[in-house]
Design a protein around this ligand. Structure first.
Ligand code: FAD
Length: 300
C-alpha cells in the first residue's frame, strides 16, 4: 500500500464522523427504508438484482436486537409490496448473537418466516472469526427448516473454508463466496493476495462440484476472469450462479458483466448505523478517502 494510503487508513478512526459520512456516501443508499427501496428500484431498471442490508452489528441490548429484527422484516415486506427484485442480507450480531445464541435464533427465525411468507431469501453475512462457528451452526439450523429461503457467506481467506464448504454443501446450502473483510490472524487466515485468490477459485470449484448455487462476490479482476473461465468451461446456466458487488464499487465492471448476460446482485446497505461499515469500505480503498481529504484540505 502506498505511504499516503497507509496514512489515510491510520487516521480514519480519528477522523470526525461528518467527514467520514461525506466520503462514505457512495457506499450507502441512505438512512431510510425508502432510500434503500429507491436504490433497489434504480438497480432493477438496470437489469441488476439487489440484496438489502439494514446497517447495524455487534448489538448488546436485547431491545435493540428486537428492533433490528423488526426492521429486517419490514424490508422483506416492503420489497414484496413494491414488487422489487431484491433479497435481504443480515448480520447475526445485529439480531443478538452477542447477547445469546438462542435469542438470536428466535429473531432469525422470525425474519426467515417473513421471507418464506414472501417467497424471498435471506443471506446470512459472515462476520469476524469469533462468530464463524455460531454463524454456521445457526445457518445449518435455518437450512433444515427454511431450505430455499436461506444461504450463508463463506470467506476464502479462512483456512477452514474448504472444509466448511464440503460439510455445508452436502446439506444443499446456498453460498455467497467472498474474500473476507475482517483482520484475522495468520494462524487461521491466508494473508497473501495470491494465496487468497487461489483459495477463492478452489472454493468456487468445490461449491460447483457439489451442484450448489453460488453468489460470486468480488470486484477483483483476477477472480472475475477466473470465475468467467470456470463458468464457460462448466457450461453453467444463469440459474446456477450470480455475480455480486457492493454499492458504489466498480459500477463499470458491473455493467460489463450484466451486458455479457451474467446475473448480478448489488449489496445495498442503508440505515443510521453506517459508521462501522463505512470505515471498512474506506480502509479497503483509502485512495478514495485520500482524494476527498486532499480536495477538502487543499481546495483542489
Ligand atoms: C456482495 C458482497 C457481500 C460481501 N459480504 C461479506 C461478508 O458477509 N463477510 C465478509 O467478510 N466480507 C464480505 N464482503 C467483502 C469481501 O470479503 C471483500 O472484502 C471485498 O469484496 C473486497 O474484495 P474483492 O474480492 O473485491 O477484492 P479487492 O482486491 O479488495 O478489490 C478489487 C478491486 O475492486 C475495487 N474495490 C474494492 N473495494 C473497493 C472499495 N471499497 N471502494 C472502491 N473500490 C474498491 C478496487 O479497484 C480493487 O482493486 C462482501 C463483498 C461483496 C461484494
Amino acid at each position: 500500500m502506498k505511504l499516503f494510503d497507509s496514512l489515510i487508513s491510520a487516521v480514519l478512526p480519528f477522523t470526525p464522523k461528518p467527514l467520514i459520512r461525506v466520503v462514505a456516501n457512495k457506499y450507502i443508499a441512505g438512512e431510510t427504508l425508502n432510500d434503500a427501496m429507491a436504490t433497489v428500484a434504480r438497480l432493477n431498471q438496470q437489469e441488476t438484482m439487489a440484496t438489502v442490508d439494514v446497517l447495524g452489528e455487534f448489538v448488546k441490548n436485547p431491545d435493540v436486537a428486537r428492533q433490528e429484527t423488526n426492521n429486517n422484516i419490514a424490508v422483506i415486506e416492503e420489497i414484496a409490496r413494491r414488487g422489487l427484485d431484491s433479497n435481504l442480507s443480515v448480520k447475526l450480531t445485529s439480531l443478538g448473537l452477542d447477547i445469546d445464541k438462542e435469542f438470536c435464533w428466535e429473531n432469525l427465525r422470525r425474519v426467515l418466516e417473513a421471507a418464506a411468507r414472501a417467497r424471498n431469501f435471506v443471506r446470512i453475512d459472515m462476520e469476524n472469526a469469533p462468530y464463524t462457528d455460531s454463524t454456521i451452526e445457526l445457518a445449518r439450523r435455518a437450512q433444515s427448516e427454511f431450505a430455499g429461503h436461506v444461504g450463508i457467506v463463506l470467506q476464502a481467506y479462512l483456512r477452514r473454508t474448504q472444509d466448511d464448504i464440503r460439510q455445508l454443501a452436502s446439506e444443499g446450502m446456498h453460498f455467497r463466496l467472498c474474500k473476507g473483510i475482517y483482520i484475522e490472524s495468520e494462524t487461521i487466515a491466508f494473508k497473501g493476495r495470491e494465496e487468497i485468490q487461489q483459495n477463492y477459485l478452489e472454493c468456487l470449484n468445490i461449491i460447483l462440484d457439489h451442484g450448489c448455487y453460488v453468489g460470486i462476490a468480488t470486484h477483483d479482476d483476477v477472480l472475475i476472469d477466473g470465475a468467467r473461465k470456470i463458468i464457460a468451461e462448466r457450461g453453467l446456466g444463469s440459474q446456477q450462479y450470480e455475480f455480486q458487488m457492493l454499492l458504489g464499487v466498480r459500477d463499470g465492471k458491473r455493467r460489463e458483466l450484466v451486458g455479457q448476460g451474467h446475473r448480478l446482485r448489488v449489496y445495498v446497505p442503508f440505515g443510521r448505523d453506517w459508521y462501522g461499515y463505512s470505515i471498512r469500505r474506506l480502509k479497503e480503498n483509502p485512495s478514495i478517502a485520500g482524494h476527498v481529504f486532499k480536495a477538502i484540505f487543499t481546495g483542489n
